[in-house]
Design a protein around this ligand. Structure first.
Ligand code: RNT
Ligand code: ZN
Length: 417
């Protein structure tokens, strides 16, 4: 059978379930995911030479890490060429590029330090998202925005304000709104004597930063919660309740990273809960194994379930989807491609699910049929529709993209010694 015959047959099979594959392909082509730049270089960035701190860690030493802006852009170019559709790039502040007049500290960053990111985005006709980098820095030692020392807090408040200006610049230059996510690893290794004080200071610091004023239709500020980090196991200032309450009371956007919860909690269930109350929500899609390990996203149950919730809730325009993981033990460009394609596959799976019918079945209380149908559709020919989607986006739909990555590894990555 040719691919076209396979697709036509899949189309017919899905039609029997009331699912329109053409509509699904069309919708998926318009979903843009924010691809994190930091998988390409193990979250090192360009502004400091120190270790990765903040309770996060990459493991592995696969050869070929991007060490310069040129190398990073080349890797992102390669990754994007193997991912169907048009996406956004998620940039961290430590990826500032100091050219003409040299280094400035994070509280003094300006849009001009991200000029090359804008050029990259324009070349790809894509948007940019942004993140203050409140870790891997001499002033990020345990506590930052919640630090008892006001001078430290002020430094980071100024950093966030600088990042808001850069986010506005991204939005203005690219024409796409910029999602700016605030995350810190603030916390304590051992049982605190004061849990509320640091949280009150954290809230006050972000309040002070947001008071700088910005266009809320261009910059969406998000706050990411966390449960614990390495070295800060006992107490996290920006916990789930703190971050959600903060975002909701300030009219900004809550961000959920699915590595940031207790192991039996699922973000898929939290998505519809927040959508009842928040116009927008944001996600970091990752794969936590036993802890917030940030493995490459797979086409696994929870990724599928999260994407199903977004689609079922008709919330594709209300959820900012970003990837966030860092694996240094495998080819880093392949890691980007695998994770992004898996999020897209999970979205396609969601779009090919007879959601309206399943809702009616649930409302009618027909739980036998609900279970039956949810299980039956799991084995419909999703793969044939996926290949069709890739072909229409001029990207390989099978595994042959891997050969291209291997050529790139030989010709480019292996030369980085
Ligand atoms: C850390 C958070 C955060 C970071 C990035 C680099 O646990 O997930 O989003 O991964 O800011
Ligand atoms: Zn995250």
């Amino acid at each position: 059978m040719t691919q076209n015959e396979r697709y036509l047959s899949a189309k017919e099979i899905y039609a029997k379930y009331g699912v329109d594959t053409e509509a699904a392909i069309e919708k998926l082509s318009n979903i843009s995911i924010s691809m994190h730049c930091w998988q390409a270089d193990d979250v090192k960035g360009f502004d400091t030479d120190g270790p990765l701190t903040g309770g996060i860690q990459t493991t592995g030493n696969y050869p070929g890490r991007a060490r310069t802006p040129d190398e990073l852009f080349a890797d992102l170019d390669k990754a994007l060429s193997l991912i169907p559709g048009n996406h956004k790039i998620n940039v961290h502040a430590n990826y500032a590029i100091f050219e003409e007049d040299g280094f400035v500290d994070r509280d003094k960053l300006e849009p001009r330090h991200f000029k090359r990111w804008v050029e990259f985005a324009k070349k790809h006709n894509c948007g940019l998202d942004f993140n203050p980098t409140i870790f891997s820095h001499p002033k990020a030692n345990g506590l930052t925005l919640s630090h008892p020392d006001k001078a430290i807090r002020d430094f980071w408040v100024d950093h966030i304000i600088a990042c808001i200006r850069i986010s506005e610049y991204f939005a203005n230059e690219t024409g796409y709104p910029c999602v700016m996510n605030i995350w810190t690893g603030d916390g304590l290794k051992d049982v605190p004597a004061d849990r509320m004080g640091p949280r009150a200071r954290y809230a006050d610091s972000i309040d002070r930063a947001l008071a700088c004023g910005y266009d809320r239709s261009k910059v969406y500020v998000t706050v990411e919660s966390k449960v614990f980090g390495i070295g800060v196991e006992a107490y996290t200032v920006g916990s789930g309740e703190f971050s959600l309450a903060y975002a909701m009371t300030r009219g900004i956007t809550p961000l959920m990273d699915n590595g940031h919860y207790h192991p039996t909690e699922v973000v898929s269930d939290k998505i519809p809960a927040l959508l009842v109350f928040s116009d927008k929500i944001a996600l970091h899609v990752t794969r936590p194994i036993r802890w917030d390990s940030d493995h490459v996203v797979c086409f696994d149950d929870e990724t599928r379930e999260m994407m199903k919730e977004i689609v079922r809730c008709d919330a594709l325009d209300r959820v900012f989807i970003a990837t966030d993981y860092f694996d240094a033990s495998i080819n880093r460009v392949a890691a980007l491609v695998i994770g992004m394609r898996n999020v897209q596959k999970a979205l396609l799976n969601a779009l090919l699910t007879p959601n309206a019918e399943l809702k009616d079945i649930q409302d009618a209380g027909n739980y036998t049929k609900m279970l039956m149908l949810q299980e039956e559709v799991k084995t419909l020919p999703l793969g044939d529709v996926w290949v069709e989607f890739c072909n229409r986006n001029n990207v390989c739909g099978c595994s042959c993209w891997y050969d291209e990555i291997m050529d790139y590894e030989k010709e480019v990555l292996a030369q980085r010694v």
